[in-house]
Write a protein that binds this ligand. Structure first.
Ligand SMILES: [Zn+2]
Length: 316
């Protein structure tokens, strides 16, 4: 049983892996890893570059490989990664990038973000986890300390340097990013990054730097982007975001005043929006202003501030 299964919690954000039992204690047992991977029960999640295999046409469904097909693919791949158990079934990720594997008729390799909101929550979590792990492996073939090649160990959760005088162990990395809804009285501040789709406005966000607490990062990022000082920074929820390697830590933060000044090197625009402005019937119909998609923590932070507690999240 996953360690969080019995935990009382508010609805989880999409891609949360609470239903996956990662069984991290089993990774060190190499015989067990081999036994699980070669058992007929095992399911394999194929990844090609950063794309997941999904059956499209109608409601998208994740494609998991098993049996003969799984064997054929695993034999071609450099390694596979133990993800854990879902209801007792072992799952592995397998990177097929550059391999000649006959998977085209089973589905299409797509960016998970295109279909994530339409998948069952648990499938989305497995695919996101598999994608994050294979992305890390592809970028850590060589030791960052001495430059020698690294080898895969502990079920694919460690890469160890092959240089006997180094032997540094490298672990999958996740870069924390803070994401915050800045509010003042009945207004919240939504901004536009130049990378957003046209018309989309969202919460502010940025990476945590070495030596910063999350709260420090919230205050710094808000000041950098809109020259606003914040107080009462309160944690709301978090969301795995392995696109390619982050976890988003979500906050509400109260602005000291309504004065702001957009830093154009960071943001294209920002504006205060009242609760009334954000009512669907009051939003412009010409596509010039819309909120982030419902599977994002950004949307949840906005919905919660609007008073819609369980808004965009998926409960399992
Ligand atoms: Zn090394």
């Amino acid at each position: 049983m996953p360690p969080f299964a019995g935990m009382q919690q508010r609805p989880r954000n999409p891609y949360s892996s609470a239903e996956i039992d990662r069984a991290s204690h089993e990774r060190e047992n190499e015989e067990r890893m081999i036994e699980l991977a070669s058992s007929g029960a095992a399911r394999f999640v194929p990844i090609d570059t950063e794309k997941n295999l999904v059956k499209t046409g109608g409601n998208p469904e994740a494609v998991f490989l098993q049996g003969m097909m799984a064997r054929a693919v695993v034999n071609q791949a450099d390694h596979h990664i133990f993800l854990g158990y879902v209801e007792g079934t072992p799952y592995f990720a397998v990177d097929v990038t550059g391999k000649d594997v006959p998977l085209k008729e089973l589905g299409e390799f797509v960016d998970l973000r295109q279909v994530g909101a339409l998948l069952f929550a648990r499938e989305g979590s497995i695919l996101a986890y598999a994608r994050g792990m294979t992305y890390w492996h592809r970028r850590h073939r060589y030791c960052g300390v001495c430059g020698a090649s690294t080898t895969v160990t502990r079920g694919g959760h460690v890469r160890r340097c092959t240089n006997e005088s180094c032997k540094t162990e490298h672990f999958p990395r996740t870069d924390p990013a803070v994401i915050m809804l800045v509010h003042h009285g009945d207004k919240c501040l939504l901004g536009r990054s130049p990378h957003f789709p046209r018309g989309m406005h969202s919460t502010l966000a940025g990476f945590v730097e070495p030596g910063e607490s999350f709260e420090d990062a919230v205050a710094r990022e808000v000041y950098e982007e809109v020259r606003v000082h914040v107080k009462n920074v309160t944690y709301r929820s978090s969301q795995p975001w392995p696109f390619p390697a982050s976890v988003m830590i979500g906050f509400h933060a109260e602005a000291e005043s309504l004065d702001y000044d957009v830093n154009k090197s960071e943001l294209e625009a920002a504006r205060w929006m009242s609760r009334d402005d954000l009512k669907p019937e009051n939003l412009p119909k010409d596509g010039s202003f819309f909120m982030p998609r419902r599977d994002s923590i950004a949307r949840r932070l906005i919905e919660e501030w609007l008073g819609h507690e369980a808004g965009p999240s998926i409960s399992g």
